[in-house]
Design a protein around this ligand. Structure first.
Ligand code: ADP
Ligand code: MG
Length: 178
């Protein structure tokens, strides 16, 4: 089920005006008090067709962090625009020092291939963010960014799938009950 929906979603996504929709999604994010009040934010470096977060990373009012794939896990580093390299899955990754104490992270912005109104997401199918979020000792605000056209009634979540607190599309901001 998940795999079929993932394939279908990737095909839909390729036909969207992802740049224009990304701007709307980032605008909706900027309206959130939770975003304004977050200083340390773990974001992601966008792949083609993913919600484009590059304009976020330019906001010098925040301290930005990016993940780096290490085996089955994500390592977290400060985002420094001049200190990136192309890593696993062709994603741009930070080259800096690993941040061991993640309790300072206020918010995590997670990419999604598809999502549902209960706050679940489909990623690339490797579960990196599920494992990472599950492993955190504190609970930052989890935000999923998704194109409205890829927001479904259900993405067939498994027991290990982690929910978001806030889901942001180009059409709406959904606060998810826990
Ligand atoms: P994605 O979230 O990237 O769409 P899936 O939800 O399909 O991918 O998860 C991919 C794999 O990750 C699953 O096979 C699952 O076994 C593994 N996984 C997810 N969360 C955990 C966890 N907390 N501990 C161990 N394995 C996990
Ligand atoms: Mg998952």
């Amino acid at each position: 089920m998940k795999n079929e929906l993932r394939k279908k979603s990737l095909a839909i996504r390729k036909k969207l005006n992802t740049e224009e929709l990304s701007k709307k999604i980032l605008f909706n994010l900027s309206l959130l008090d939770e975003y304004r009040n977050s200083n340390n934010i773990l974001c992601y470096y966008p792949l083609k067709y993913e919600v484009n977060t590059l304009n976020l990373l330019k906001n010098n009012d925040k301290v930005w962090y990016l993940p780096r794939v290490k085996g089955n896990e994500l390592e977290i580093c400060r985002y420094e625009p001049e200190n990136l390299s192309c890593g696993s899955f062709n994603i741009m990754e930070p080259k800096g020092e690993i941040i061991k104490d993640l309790t300072t992270i206020d918010m995590i912005i997670v990419p999604a291939v598809a999502a549902d109104k209960n706050g679940y997401r489909l990623g690339w199918g490797k579960g990196y963010y599920d494992r990472f979020i599950f492993s955190l000792k504190n609970k930052p605000i989890i935000v999923f960014l998704i194109y409205d056209k890829l927001l479904f009634d259900t993405v067939y979540p498994d027991s290990y799938d982690m929910k978001c607190d806030i889901l942001i599309s180009d059409k709406e901001i959904l606060r998810i009950e826990c």
